[in-house]
Ligand binder design. Structure first.
Ligand code: SER
Length: 349
């Protein structure tokens, strides 16, 4: 019996999954199989061929997926984000690292069974960086992939190690065995900045202040930002993040000089984000109530990243700068979303 060719998305119910599935389904070119701990939003669920509910650590479930589907492409999105991981570091290790190992082994087996490499796309993070102090951060400029990779968070350690694990599977898998099993994993990681989506809110991240500020204002709720007004880290609008995942997945192998690439789009301060949100929602109440511990995490991340390798190797080119992200994507989509939810135009509430 022939297995059906599909793309597998883990953590499909999360923020990136939501955007990626919507975009993939619109192109109509690939059938999608998903894995998540909980059921997908019905709106997203109807876009996929098959939805598996369960853990990425459940090897019996993965065997079932392998038996039924032929997978050439994996987007392994399942993870616990940085703030959440600090509260439950053991669980973070299990999900973020052991889950990754299970999925890489699954991809290797899948590739062995159909005789072609499985492209394995992995969202890494600016959390993979760790800048030691404010002075280094202020003078670091646009940080290159190989600089300052000493993360201080559990999540950052997990992400950096998973990049190494992926690279091991792609380049050195079982290098000492008598008959080396040819690597069947073609690993490609993107170090994402903070992501901002109009459709969903992240949960458990430390860059969450930007999307939270915007969504609170659109809902007419007051919000206190938990980092200082001058805090500056890179961000990206979700459509560019999704586009980047698809682009790196589709790039010819020979064009890739690295396994992990920085990608960035704009890097406003928290105050600049607040100003932009206030321009759109003049009545919004946005204050600052600084959480010094979460501030410490953000302060260990670079203020900007050097993404020239991604631009040169596979044509990364984000469509949305700071202004355009708001005027052409975030604001129209977010206003439509909350008006639709409340059944009342925001202007009239
Ligand atoms: N957005 C993520 C977080 O804040 C960073 O990758 O955890």
């Amino acid at each position: 019996m022939l297995r059906k060719p599909v793309v597998l998305i883990t953590g499909a119910g999360g923020e990136i999954g939501h955007g990626l599935i919507t975009r993939l389904a619109a192109s109509g070119r690939q059938r999608i199989v998903t894995l998540d701990l909980t059921r997908l939003d019905p709106e997203i669920g109807k876009m996929v061929t098959r939805e598996f509910t369960g853990s990425i650590l459940d090897t019996a479930l993965l065997e079932r997926i392998l038996a039924e589907f032929e997978i050439d492409l994996v987007f392994h999105l399942a993870a616990l984000l940085s703030t959440r991981s600090e509260f439950t570091p053991i669980m973070a290790h299990q999900v973020n690292v052991e889950g990754m190992l299970t999925l890489l082994e699954f991809a290797q087996k899948e590739g062995e069974s159909h005789g072609r490499p499985v492209v394995f796309v992995y969202p890494s993070s600016i959390a993979a960086y760790g800048l030691p102090d404010a002075e280094t951060r202020a003078t670091a400029g646009r940080v290159h992939e190989d600089q300052h990779t000493s993360p201080t968070t559990m999540y950052g350690c997990n992400k950096l190690y998973c990049e190494l694990l992926g690279t091991y599977y792609a380049r050195h898998y079982k290098q000492l065995s008598a008959s080396p099993a040819a690597s069947r994993v073609d690993f490609r990681a993107l170090r994402f900045p903070g992501l901002i989506s109009a459709a969903t809110l992240p949960s458990g991240g430390t860059s969450d202040y930007a999307p939270e500020m915007l969504h609170a204002a659109a809902r007419g709720e007051a919000y206190d930002c938990f980092v200082r007004p001058d805090t500056r880290i890179p961000f990206m609008a979700m459509p560019d993040a999704v586009e980047a995942l698809l682009k790196v997945a589709a790039a010819p192998r020979w064009q890739l000089t690295r396994t992990a690439y920085n990608v960035g789009a704009f890097n406003p301060s928290a105050e600049e984000i607040r100003t932009k949100v206030l321009e759109a929602f003049p009545g919004a109440e946005i204050g600052f109530d600084i959480d010094t511990k979460r501030q410490g995490i953000v302060d260990s991340w670079p203020a900007d990243v050097d993404d020239s390798a991604a631009r040169a190797d596979w044509g990364f080119s984000p469509a949305y700068g700071f202004d355009r992200a708001f005027t052409e994507y975030l604001l129209p989509a977010i206003k439509a979303r909350y008006e639709h939810e409340a059944g009342t135009p925001i202007a009239e509430r």
